[in-house]
Design a protein around this ligand. Sequence first.
Ligand code: COA
Length: 255
Amino acid sequence: MSDILVENKGGVAVVTLSRPGHRNAVTYAMWRQLAELFRAFDLDPSVRSIILTGAGDDFSAGADISEFDVVRGGLEDSKSYELAVDAAADAIYQVSKPTIAALRGYCLGGAAHLAMSCDFRVAENNAVFGIPAARLSIVYGVSATRKLYALVGVTEAKRILFSASRFDAGRALDIGFIDQVAENALAAAHDRAAELAENAPLTISGAKFILNGCARGALDHAAAGRLIDEASASEDYIEGRQAFKDKRPPRFLGK
Ligand code: COA
């Protein structure tokens, strides 16, 4: 997995897209690896929060266009390519732990989809955003477009997609595409990840499931009810109440 680096320290996993000579452009192999990686995080209790970032100067310039002739040439290839992109992004979107994208430099196209799949986006002032699909005659996928719409609303989403123009971190913050500008995005993401890693995992995963369902307009109420019940019956709920009585910080285990 040398194009994707993974580190797990103190409950915070850091996933780094690492092809700096190619502005971390994401290959077909990398989309597939990302899906596997984030599905595995779901099952790993040692991971409490996850940061997604890029090596060097950029988050990522998006899908690796240079391999499109080979992996996204015809209609069938294009369909399976887009399935792999959506599988990666949706694995990130659905992972039951909080996710933070730490962004600098370029964040374009498919990379914007990766960033939008995270719960939070922290960017440095030099970050440059855009979705250049209209310069390639590609329709940005349903999963990605829905996430864009949920973040910025229909008019901004149309402006971004129809124009293919780039926008900076200030504009991204104004329209709700990102939620924080920081001098050092990775450091700010670590601060937030560490803070979230202290809180009750079942609360966060339940809240995430419900909010993602609301954002998609398709909340599975029965599954949400099961998550609510699981938290109410958990050891962590006992620990939370005991810690309150003891006047000490709670120590949650996620069960
Ligand atoms: N796919 C494949 N390779 C990419 C890439 C991408 N999306 N983005 C950048 N690269 C490669 C460049 O081809 C170049 O490789 P080379 O040195 O072998 O020629 C290297 O990364 C450095 O990029 P370069 O274009 O020289 O940097 P720049 O500062 O002049 O421009 C960008 C940066 C991001 C504006 C420009 O590379 C670009 O427009 N990339 C494509 C962005 C895009 O359309 N993304 C959407 C994909 S869904």
